[in-house]
Write a protein that binds this ligand. Structure first.
Ligand code: WT7
Length: 657
């Protein structure tokens, strides 16, 4: 595996940043690491006591007796919503702005901690009244709105397990998740605004529920957002705004065990259907809080902005839970970075005086492109002097994009936290600490204190620095995935495989540590998972979707590098009716793209479609994906193809549509 092109300049944390940082300098960082190494339980126990309100304190930190089903702080009871909201109000922050919401059309709404608490309590009361109980699961299919966060927090308040489905997913994808999670209710909206357009949500929800495969769903709660006409089914569908109207503004939280599931979030794996990643309450919340303090160095006057969507884990940890649990003011944005123009992010930073800005490399790259010949939307045309810290997440950030972000957005003054983590890890794992770690563009640098990240070979043995290998975590940590919902065996097999000895957490990424610095650079997934614009897509998922189309006999999906989206989806298809050419081929390619868009969601639409009479296979019938990757890149096939049963089809597959 090739490491990313390396940039070797070192960027030190600015001196005045270090002075007031939560972790001021490498000595302080090392001290925390040493504390974890010398007394693992003591380290985590201390932090959990200091950072979380426990209704009933825990007596045991880590229970490894059923490893890898680790349990943290299990006999302690707490509540995530209480920690995020009541705690701030009780500390005198009731009138502090919790959320600055900017709608797609630019309308700004501010919500204080006190108001947020009242809204969450009302919704929690309404849910309880409907019969939603602790341990029930609730699907949330909403866009980026205050109501979306209220819905999540309200579930947490009553101990219901939320499972947010990204608003861009299709009816089929939504139905699969409703069924797998066993939801008793779905919370949605009439529609969502994105880039000046009103897009449907409730209609898709109706389609998802129309097959009768989700009999457990007793309630559909609809938030009014776009005002679009929607069909309301009597006895099942209610308006969110109506059910909360007469509810009390207080609501006793459900005090749950630290191990009580807080949420389930579906993500793509290398095989089969998406996995329901289950997180806990206590351990998850602890890490959301600590990473807000350590990675983001959050301070009382900060205006924090994470541009992710609540449909992804980044939105859970760094919009719904982390910022509120530390009493921060955060920006929540409904729209897209390119509407009304590609200066939207910079305009919002300027307007709201954002101090910490956290976004994805794919967004940075598209804004570099958009501003390269349009000065009006270039970050230099805005006053971004409020910024003091930048963050990156979702995929490796290429050194060129890092430099542009550093110089043009951060004014060469703001550290960049290149945060490596995953849906399964709950929060950051490897990242520079802004007041401590010297940064090297393209490297996520060092593990956070307490995180035992390492690189091993295929037998699970440590490899020396400078030699690439498989990224693992050697010890459990509080915010780790607890299980795959309904599939504990798959949890063990996917994350603690026998081949590596059964005790190492397998991240699924390749990585290399620098010989001199020990810094980590992530080299990309080592399984059949693609990362398209920071979205995780399983190749098998797209393949099964394609072969479900009546025209398709066989399909193979691979990724290829793409300047803008990081990776692009490239599909190789064999049609039942033979290989199409010319206009016909173009027509079918469009049809298949739309099919995938409809079945999974627009983010899964293949970029390249190629047709062949067959796929390149070995004589034993195995599809040679490595060859397909070469073709997808547009490179000449130099490998030995003599084991191929049908070498002539390579020429057909080179033709991209
Ligand atoms: C995969 C996880 C983490 C929240 C958003 C994505 C890739 C993520 C980085 C980074 C290099 C990164 C990895 C990882 N990834 N952040 N800073 N540098 N790669 O969560 O959908 O669970 O995807 O995203 O490949 O395994 P996710």
């Amino acid at each position: 595996m090739e490491p990313l092109k390396q940039e070797n300049r070192v960027f030190n944390p600015p001196a005045d940043f270090v002075k007031s940082a939560a972790i001021p300098g490498m000595e302080a960082y090392k001290k925390l690491c040493d504390e974890a190494n010398s007394d693992y339980d003591g380290f985590w126990g201390r932090l959990a006591k200091e950072n979380i309100y426990w209704k009933k304190p825990f007596t045991k930190v880590l229970d490894e007796s059923k490893a890898p089903f680790y349990k943290w702080f299990e006999d302690g009871t707490t509540n995530a919503s209480y920690n995020c909201l009541d705690r701030q109000v009780e500390a005198g922050l009731g009138d502090k702005t919790a959320i600055i919401f900017e709608a797609d059309d630019g309308t700004v709404t501010k919500v204080t901690y006190k108001e947020m608490l009242e809204r969450v309590c009302k919704m929690a009361n309404a849910l309880r009244k409907m019969g939603v109980k602790s341990g029930d699961s609730v699907i949330i299919y909403m866009a980026m709105t205050i109501e979306g966060i209220v819905a999540m927090q309200a579930c947490a308040r009553i101990g219901a397990i939320h499972s947010v489905v990204f608003g861009g997913f299709s009816a089929q994808a939504l139905r699969d998740r409703i069924m797998d999670v066993g939801a008793v209710a779905v919370i949605t909206a009439d529609g969502q605004f994105r880039g000046g357009k009103a897009l449907p949500l409730k209609a898709i929800c109706d389609e998802a529920l129309s097959t009768g495969e989700c009999p457990k769903v007793k309630h559909v709660i609809v938030s009014k957002r776009t005002g679009t006409d929607v069909a309301m089914q009597a006895g099942r569908d209610v308006w969110m705004q109506e059910i909360v109207a007469n509810e009390a503004t207080t609501c006793e939280p459900e005090w749950v065990s630290a191990e009580h599931p807080l949420f389930i979030l579906y993500t793509s794996g290398s095989t089969g259907k998406p996995k329901g990643v289950q997180h806990s309450t206590g351990g998850y919340l602890l890490w959301a809080i600590l990473t807000m303090k350590w990675t983001f160095d959050i301070k009382p006057n900060d205006v924090f902005w994470c541009t992710a969507d609540i449909g992804w884990v980044t939105g859970h940890s760094y919009i719904t839970y982390g910022p509120l649990a530390v009493g921060a003011t955060e920006i929540v944005f409904e729209g897209v970075p390119t509407y009304p123009n590609a200066g939207r992010f910079w305009d919002m930073i300027q307007k709201h005086k954002a101090t910490i800005f956290y976004t994805a490399p794919t967004a940075i790259r598209s804004l570099i492109k958009a501003s390269s010949n349009d000065q009006a939307v270039h970050p230099k045309s805005y006053d971004l002097s409020s910024l003091r810290l930048l963050g990156s997440v979702g995929e490796p950030i290429n050194p060129e994009a890092w430099m542009w972000y550093y110089e043009n957005v951060g004014g060469s003054r703001c550290p960049i936290a290149d945060t490596f983590w995953q849906t399964e890890t709950g929060g950051h794992m490897i990242s520079p600490l802004p007041g401590a770690t010297p940064m090297i563009p393209g490297s996520c640098t060092l593990p956070l204190p307490g995180i035992q990240a390492a690189i091993v070979d295929e037998a699970g043995v440590d490899v020396p620095n400078g030699q690439g290998g498989i990224l693992v975590v050697k010890r459990p940590w509080p915010s780790m995935i607890r299980t795959i919902w309904n599939d504990p065996d798959r949890f063990v097999k996917s994350y603690f495989p026998e081949e590596l000895g059964g005790t190492l957490y397998l991240a699924g990424d390749g990585a290399i540590r620098n010989k001199d610095t020990g810094y980590f650079t992530i080299t990309g997934r080592i399984d059949d998972v693609l990362n398209v614009s920071g979205h995780r897509m399983g190749t098998m998922e797209i393949e099964s979707c394609l072969v479900a189309n009546p025209l398709v006999a066989e399909a193979a999906v691979v990724g290829r590098p793409d300047e803008l989206t990081g990776e692009a989806i490239c599909v190789f298809v064999v049609l039942k009716g033979g290989r199409p050419t010319g206009e016909e081929a173009k027509k079918v390619a469009t049809e298949l793209r739309n099919w995938v868009g409809k079945e999974i969601g627009p983010i899964a639409k293949p970029k390249d479609v190629r047709f062949g009479d067959n796929l390149p296979k070995t004589r034993s019938g195995k599809i040679m994906r490595r060859l397909l990757r070469v073709i997808a890149k547009g490179e000449e096939v130099t490998q030995d193809t003599s084991t191929l049963e049908n070498p002539h089809i390579l020429d057909q597959l080179k033709e991209s549509l």
